[in-house]
Design a protein around this ligand. Sequence first.
Ligand code: SF4
Length: 378
Amino acid sequence: MVRNAKKAPETKEKSAAARKLLAWYDRHARVLPWRARKGERADPYAVWLSEIMLQQTTVVTVGPYFTGFLKRWPTVDALAKAPQEEVMKAWAGLGYYARARNMHACARAVSSEHGGKFPDTAEGLIGLPGIGPYTAAAIAAIAFGRRATVVDGNVERVVARLFDIETPLPKAKSEIREYAETLTPEKRAGDFAQAMMDLGATLCTPRNPACNRCPINGLCDARARGTEALRPGRAPKKAKPTRTGACFWLTRNGHVWLRRRPEKGLLGGMMEAPGTDWKTPLCHKTVKKLSQKDLEALYPRAPVAAEWRLIPGLVTHSFTHFDLELVVLAAATRKKLVPGGDGRWVPLDELHGEALPTVMRKVAMHAMPEAGALFAKR
Ligand code: SF4
């Protein structure tokens, strides 16, 4: 609901905000690999790919992945034909792996059901695998010039400040969206969306916004009232639980034993060092306090009987809903574990080409510090 106490800006003011922002965007738009240059038409495939990758991930991180994907699979048809395992390997390190599986399913749907062309409206796009209301609006506006309002985290911040919205996030989301819709112009809606994103990323930043350089500072309620540092308000975050477990780093003759996680669920289809589930109440004791008995209790969960040694320290990783602490036990074996089922021997110098999620890269670097240089290669 739009707050009663404050009305959406008058038409004249709204059009002034859009006009000023578009003029600023024409001069200061960020150069991004997926963005069409002035006078060029946006490539819907590139827009879609970037929007999927940018969900929960920063522009800096996405850059090399986006370029790599486009080079390897230059069209949606090419991506549709790629084996899923190759797509997951190329995605490794970007996180939120369900996105990669949905992205691949979406490429296949666009290729087989839409003749390799993305639908050109938000209504047509929504419902394709991995495309929700935000992504549909972004593609419709940026790739096809449709009037659609795109509200990401940057835009939320700009709108909350522009209208000095007191309601804290996440409760304020629908209110912010209503205000944002009043700003979207009929023409150049895609450029406007990108201008709002750029403003949030470069000037209207979470801390110390550069209001003196902002093209809409004369229209900004938070600036006028000195409340910009307080907007958007946020409800206190709930503390995340900590889960714990153990991983087994088994090597043999320059190889490490890895297995594939089940297709469904967290990190589905990605590779991992075998281990316990992540409920084993172990790590919170801290490594120093782990007794021999604690360690021995883990051995039956190891992929093979061996002389396991505890690597000092913990691997920690933060997922959206919980924090994880892992202890890592390492052993070298001469036994011939036969690849099969979900496990196989992977050459240590080819680890960077595997579909290892970030937490497992941390495990690899914990067990084998030189793995860091390998992962930096990609
Ligand atoms: S004036 Fe400041 S707070 Fe307001 S939109 Fe611009 S940068 Fe953000």
